[in-house]
Ligand binder design. Structure first.
Ligand SMILES: [Zn+2]
Length: 495
């Protein structure tokens, strides 16, 4: 049966307030979107960004979503709770509301956005102290009523990322001050993750202890610090609610002794999915700016590797997918592909040796390029230790022009012969081409062998030593990067 679509009111540019019926939003009129109740959070975020005009990439905006969750307190009477929408599961909880409470026809989501360097909405600029009194069902223990300084008007910060199918908690939590009495979580795990995130971000440590069935207490490990948080699953709404909160920490932040690799991979993953070619130092800078402490290069490296694996699969999977990828490009884009196999006496056991490819757009465009071809190779990192062979033209404006590539198990005179012959016969259309390469013996042997098409009258070859080759390559790049560097992105993304 088709899922009934859900109407969602998106509120932003205002602020979250508490009234007699619980939480509500004060601000401009909402905009309505209709969504499938099973929509993933990243998809919903995409829609909300379009709706609100938030450009996450450019503005590096901080976004946070809360839901207005109804809790039945009497016949057709609700008390509305603030539920952070932190992942697909809490989003589903919100989108199930109309099916669970038919009188609530529309789901209300509050989007809080803050761009860097921009203060919060004017309507929310006055700060006030709020004391929240929370009554607990006597049957669930006596963590007790709590009074807390709850600054409901603070900017709510988070880094958003619509490209992550499994959004990380930091998408919704950045600061300790976001924790407050009355805040509800779908379950204990979601709450623990939120508290963990705040602790890591604030460089504080807390311990959690179960204080009863479905209730727990978090406390700062520093005995002088009175920071604590109590939460319990409330019978009236079935959610985990913060019922006691004493904060912020009065202890001094401490540098984490050892890193939390899973947390790091979670955080790096959200970035790597959108920008897979970020270098380790760029990731380190991002980490320092967003998380607040330094990460060792080895930690960033491990986190990036794990994040790449999660986002794009591991080496074995990539290798298995290569034929499918090539075939998809072949059928959709007319990619020129040539597979090379090591042949054994029994062809059944032929094994991969290399794959050559050139896009038809490159082949077509090359006729307008200078009669030059530069070739180079690059070691590919990773499990299989493959090599990337690169052939590039130079266009009229002296920019590199991507021509052909090959990935091979090894670079030898045999693979150079295969690579250069494919270029000559399948990619280029004219005589008199000049080949520029390093003076590697394998290349020399191929271009000098009898019948070579890289000798006059078919063509010319210019072999340049490393010291000469680098300035020549730089000559053809306005950005000054080497041929190798200019293709680094292509070579590091895995095959
Ligand atoms: Zn503390």
């Amino acid at each position: 049966m088709a899922e009934l679509e859900v109407s969602v009111y998106c509120y932003w540019n205002g602020c979250i307030k508490y009234g007699r019926e619980g939480v509500y939003y004060e601000g401009p009129a909402p905009k309505k979107i209709i969504v499938n109740p099973k929509i993933a959070l990243n998809r919903l975020l995409d829609e909300m960004y379009v709706l609100t005009g938030v450009d996450v990439d450019k503005q590096r905006s901080k976004v946070k979503i809360f839901g207005r969750y109804p809790s039945v307190v009497g016949q057709s009477k609700f008390q509305y709770l603030l539920l952070p929408v932190v992942n697909n599961s809490s989003l589903e909880t919100m989108l199930e509301v109309p099916s669970k409470h038919p009188s609530v026809k529309i789901v209300e989501l509050y989007l809080e956005v803050k761009s860097e360097g921009v203060t919060g909405p004017a309507a929310c600029s006055s700060k006030r102290q709020k004391t929240v009194k929370v009554e607990r069902d006597s049957s669930t223990g006596n963590i007790g009523d709590a009074a807390v300084d709850a600054d409901m008007t603070d900017d709510l910060n988070k880094e958003s990322n619509p490209g992550v199918p499994k959004p990380c908690l930091s998408s919704l939590w950045l600061d300790d001050h976001d924790l407050r009495v009355g805040l509800c979580f779908k379950d204990a795990d979601e709450l623990k993750k939120a508290v963990d995130w705040c602790s890591i971000k604030g460089m504080q440590k807390c311990v959690v202890r179960e204080t009863g069935t479905d209730e727990c207490m978090f406390e700062c490990i520093k005995w002088r610090c009175k920071w604590s948080l109590g939460a319990a699953k409330m019978e009236n709404h079935g959610l985990f609610e913060i019922i006691k909160y004493t904060g912020p920490h009065t202890c001094r932040p401490v540098e984490p002794e050892k890193s939390d690799s899973e947390f790091e991979a979670d955080e790096i993953e959200r970035l790597v999915r959108r920008h897979p070619t970020l270098s380790f130092s760029e990731l380190q800078n991002w980490w320092k700016a967003n998380i607040g402490h330094e990460l060792e290069t080895s930690e960033v490296q491990a986190a990036k590797e794990e994040a790449i694996k999660r986002a794009f699969g591991d080496w074995d999977q990539s290798f298995e997918d290569l034929p499918k990828l090539m075939s998809a490009f072949q059928s959709s884009n007319g990619l020129l592909v040539d597979w090379k196999y090591d042949l054994f006496p029994n062809p059944k056991f032929a094994s991969f040796c290399g794959v050559f490819w050139a896009f038809p757009q490159s082949i077509q465009g090359f006729q307008h390029c200078r009669p030059l071809i530069l070739v180079d190779t690059k070691e590919l990192k990773g499990k299989h230790q493959l090599k990337l062979m690169i052939a590039s033209g130079v266009d009229a404006a002296d920019y590199y022009f991507p021509l052909a590539f090959a990935v091979t198990k090894e670079v030898s005179s045999d693979t150079w012969r295969w690579f250069l012959t494919n270029i000559k016969e399948k990619v280029t259309q004219r005589k008199g081409l000049c080949l520029i390469s390093s003076p590697h013996p394998d290349i020399l042997s191929v271009i000098n062998e009898p019948g070579s098409q890289w000798k006059e009258p078919w063509g010319l070859s210019q072999v340049l030593s490393e010291t000469v080759l680098v300035p020549v390559l730089s000559r053809f790049s306005r950005t000054g990067e080497s041929l190798e560097a200019s293709w680094r992105n292509g070579s590091e993304g895995g095959i």
